[in-house]
Design a binder for this molecule. Structure first.
Ligand code: ACO
Length: 177
């Protein structure tokens, strides 16, 4: 797992990961905006070929599958600071999080979230982090509420383009200062 600036060339693959896993998608320039404005807050999880690249890879035949590009993006968290917080309190926001199906239940999302939250607290003195999640998204709800300790702040009616409601959730970060 690495922070975004060192992987700016992988942003198109991050975008592909997002499109594969979620209906809420963004223009490439929005990923770039996150990476350039809050470089500490977003992270990408990649897998590399076993044994390394090219000539150093003694296992070349099995390490590269036809059509596959390495390093391969298997997860990301896209995060920012709220630019004009309505409550006047500095806080972070998770714009998007997803992990490819092939790499789920390995703790990648939890790790991405913890790294982003720590960076929000340490780099920006964020009081809390907020996010929206579909009410039907049980996996994400379990992750946010049970694993990470988020609480539901309110329900936002018809938040999503297809009319589904969202839980607006938040997690206190002041204990990480
Ligand atoms: N069912 C129940 N609990 C789950 C599930 C699941 N399918 N997935 C994760 N959890 C909970 C568990 O408590 C898990 O701990 P455990 O495995 O020890 O039981 C804990 O979360 C940590 O799980 P991770 O392995 O870190 O989660 P993963 O890397 O699989 O990613 C994610 C979870 C991001 C929700 C993934 O399922 C995904 O990409 N889903 C589709 C995209 C999505 O819904 N993204 C979130 C949208 S909201 C937003 O972007 C702000």
């Amino acid at each position: 797992i690495s922070s975004f600036p060192s992987y700016i060339n992988l942003l198109p693959s991050v975008q592909t990961c997002n499109i594969t896993n979620l209906p809420e998608n963004y223009f490439l320039k929005y990923y770039l905006y996150h990476a350039l404005t809050w470089p500490q807050l977003s992270f990408v999880a990649v897998v590399r070929p076993k044994g390394g690249y090219g000539r150093n890879n003694r296992n070349n035949k099995t390490a590269f599958l036809p059509g596959e590009e390495y390093p391969k993006v298997v997860g990301y968290v896209l995060a920012k600071m709220e630019e004009e917080p309505s409550d006047g309190v500095a806080h972070g926001h998770i714009t998007s999080l997803s992990v490819m199906r092939t790499h789920r239940r390995l703790g990648i999302a939890e790790r991405l979230m913890r790294m982003s939250q720590r960076a929000m607290a340490e780099s920006h003195r964020a009081h809390y982090v907020s996010l929206h999640v579909r009410m039907s998204n049980n996996a994400a709800l379990r992750l946010y509420r049970d694993t990470l300790g988020f609480e539901v702040e309110k329900v936002e009616s018809k938040y999503y383009a297809d009319g589904e409601d969202a839980y607006a959730m938040r997690n206190d970060l002041k204990s990480m200062w």
